[in-house]
Design a binder for this molecule. Structure first.
Ligand code: ATP
Length: 232
């Protein structure tokens, strides 16, 4: 479904991604691991066009998308839940979801708003509240629900658990399991155990390069991988 080859992304003169390659097959949950600053967020940002890559190739369902704009990419089936969970603070929960939805009849959509509220009961309870009044967990749920409202075939989740209470982390884990039945997911996480519990395979990044890839089980047990993941 997604084939990323030799991606190079810069912030000014700083060479953040130095030839990242990875693949995600339809139906998989794949994780990107690595220490702070390894390039995980930049990889997701480059896939969706927010931090455009200067060189390399990103093919999604066979189509080259590297030079496409974020809104085009979102309309064509990839959604990002960014690390900072940006939502519209002045809009209600329902309005946040409505603005993300494509102009399509509800019955043609996989994620009409009522289905989102069934999947996220925590949001249904606060559907009329402004984004600004939500707790951290509610904001994250809204950020995920809003990404789904754009009807993605590939969902990019950047550090979905960062800073959230264990009970919310558990709910996000259960949600990923549920979404994985119908949606392909590429996620990053600092919590290696969480990522491995939910992903089938993973890539380890270091200094903007993929230094290791393998199954969740190999990542959990290979001492070489641990070197890239534990704090130096
Ligand atoms: P984290 O978990 O801290 O977000 P990460 O693995 O997602 O880490 P990135 O955020 O992708 O890493 O950062 C990759 C490199 O790019 C780092 O060296 C970082 O300092 C740099 N970088 C990230 N964002 C910017 C930016 N807006 N401007 C300049 N450099 C940046």
């Amino acid at each position: 479904m997604l084939i990323v080859e030799d991606l190079h992304t810069y912030y000014g003169e700083s060479h953040a991604l130095q030839g990242v390659s990875l693949r995600v097959e339809a139906g998989e949950v794949v994780c990107l691991l690595g220490r702070n600053g390894a390039g995980k967020s930049t990889t997701l940002g480059s896939i969706i066009g927010l931090t455009p890559a200067r060189r390399g190739s990103i093919r999604f369902d066979g189509q080259e998308i590297r030079e496409r704009r974020p809104h085009w990419i979102t309309r064509h089936g990839i959604a990002l839940v960014p690390e900072d969970r940006r939502i519209f603070a002045g809009l209600s929960v329902t309005e946040n979801l409505e603005v993300a939805a494509p102009r399509q009849l509800d019955r043609e959509r996989r994620w009409p708003i009522e289905r989102l509220f069934e999947t996220f009961p925590m949001l249904a309870e606060v559907r009329h509240q402004d984004g600004a009044t939500l707790s951290g967990g509610q904001r994250q749920m809204l950020a995920i629900a809003r990404a789904l409202a754009s009807e993605p075939r590939l969902l990019l989740l950047d550090e979905p658990n960062e800073g959230l209470a264990p009970v919310i982390v558990q709910q996000i884990g259960a949600l990923i399991e549920q979404l994985a039945q119908t949606t392909t997911i590429l996620l990053t996480d600092q919590n290696v155990r969480f990522a491995l519990r939910h992903a089938r395979r993973g890539y380890v990044l270091q200094k903007g390069r993929v230094v290791w890839e393998g199954s969740a089980r190999q990542i959990a047990t290979d001492p070489e991988v641990q070197r890239y993941l534990t704090v130096a």
